[in-house]
Design a binder for this molecule. Structure first.
Ligand code: EPZ
Length: 417
């Protein structure tokens, strides 16, 4: 397992290019199952999760090639309709093949993703919606077995605005017979990007990004050439890096409008933003002020930025209250930050962070994707050599992170094991 060694304490300066969004690439690659022929998706990040999705599509009989951030998918030869446990357990987003397989082929057998480090991660709302659209859904020995000749449009209310639930149901409804209303749907930019990709395929979708999405099913969809939006969470992560190193970073190819809540909070703690063509310049304060956050569905403060923001607050001048309302166990990074001298106490879904004047380097263990990002953020401000183990967590969602950090002047190296 690779590890990262970071000697912190340097002000990071320079430019960073933001990669395509992982959480847009995964559903859009899955959406290629809704049509036959060649789909070419560009600006696809070179990430483990993307390769896992490619392996899954290949298992279903699709052709999947990835080169220079372009994924070429040929879905003429789909002849297998099962997403096996050994693949799904490595990447929960595999559940995104359920809606497309069912809608196009009338059948799908997908392993239940099970929980993960940050929570139970149920998919009951995905299944409720498909059942409302007329699918016969059975759970057998850890698998979802779904059948349905032709799905029909339905009015579906989602108890929580689930991101992949909204995506699965939007894809299924695109080929259903009739009109589907998804109420209380997720409005994340990645959901909107998927909707735009589906519309390019010929789907009839209105209201993506709002809480009610209307999908009028069509008989057939066509293959597309499509380019993914930039990764707002990667951009937000580099903003916290500028914040914690008192740096001056130009974040290129990002969409600041996708990060309103995060940028408002980062401004509150003292970061200064300067809009430039095609990106944004971020200047970090000598020491951040404290601020409270509460994670919420989009456009609220994103749960995927919570761990990185907490790392920044460890060095704040004051105490910050961090409320995690989306996942029940998304504080795995707390124990590791404490090992660096952070003063954090946790009660239920609330972390109280008392800012200290410095963090000490230490050997650390990454536990999940965004927790590992928060350890990188903290390590960049800690004197001495911090070692971050189990780097595969970081590699799931950040493309060539150490190369991007090196270009910003960080003292970082990957040790392959
Ligand atoms: C997506 O996960 C993202 N993953 C996550 O990003 C992100 O943290 C999450 O949305 C929230 O923004 C992808 O897009 C691939 P949810 P998802 O369904 O769709 C409950 C990262 O770091 N829920 O929106 O699985 C659930 O328990 C990853 O890139 C149900 O109760 O999240 C949770 O409390 C981590 N029943 C809440 O909804 C369901 O059927 C939000 O989960 C579905 C969800």
């Amino acid at each position: 397992m690779d590890k990262l060694i970071i000697h912190g304490g340097k002000k990071l300066k320079g430019e960073v290019d933001i990669s395509g969004a992982k959480n847009a690439a995964l559903p859009i690659i899955a959406a290629s199952l809704l049509t036959s022929g060649y789909c070419v998706i560009s600006r696809v990040p070179d990430l483990k999760d993307v390769m896992t999705m490619g392996r899954l599509l290949a298992k279903l009989g699709a052709g999947f090639q990835y080169k220079n951030r372009k994924a070429t998918i040929n879905t003429d030869g789909i002849n297998f309709f099962e997403a096996p446990y050994d693949l799904v357990r490595t990447m929960r987003a595999s559940i995104l093949v359920l809606g497309p397989l069912l809608a196009r082929f009338g059948k799908a057998k997908v392993s239940l993703p099970g929980g993960c480090a940050i929570g139970a991660r149920p998919i009951n709302l995905h299944l409720m919606g498909l059942a409302k659209m007329g699918a016969d859904i059975k759970l057998e020995s850890g698998y979802v077995i779904a059948k349905g000749k032709r799905l029909k449009g339905a009015s579906i209310y989602l108890d929580t605005p689930t991101v992949t639930g909204t995506e699965n149901l939007m894809m299924a409804a695109s080929l259903a017979n009739g009109i589907t209303l998804l109420e209380n749907s997720a409005g994340e930019p990645e959901v909107v990007d998927l909707a735009n990709a589906l519309i390019s395929m010929g789907a009839k979708i209105k209201g993506a990004g709002e809480s009610i999405i209307e999908i009028e099913g069509v008989d057939e969809l066509r293959p597309i050439n499509y380019s993914i939006i930039p990764d707002r969470i990667e951009a937000g992560t580099f903003m916290t890096i500028a914040g914690i190193t008192a740096g001056d970073i130009i974040i290129k190819d990002c969409r600041p409008e996708h990060l309103d809540a995060s940028m408002m909070k980062l401004k509150e703690v003292g970061l200064v933003f300067e809009h430039i063509a095609g990106g944004i310049r971020v200047i970090g304060p000598s020491r951040p002020k404290a601020a409270d956050i509460k994670t919420m569905p989009y456009p609220g403060f994103p749960t995927d930025m919570q761990a990185q923001f907490m790392a920044l607050m460890c060095l704040a001048d004051g105490t910050s209250i961090i409320k995690e309302t989306i996942f029940e166990n998304r504080f795995m990074h707390v124990a590791e930050l404490r090992r660096m001298g952070a003063d954090i106490s946790v009660e239920g879904g609330i972390a109280t962070v008392k800012g200290t004047s410095k963090l000490k380097s230490a050997p650390l263990m990454a536990t999940d994707l965004r927790a590992s990002a928060s350890l990188v953020v903290a390590a960049l401000a800690a004197k001495g050599a911090t070692v971050i183990n189990r780097l595969y967590h970081l590699d799931r969602g950040y493309e060539k992170m150490e190369e991007k950090l090196l270009r910003l002047g960080a003292d970082v190296r990957r040790v392959k094991e």
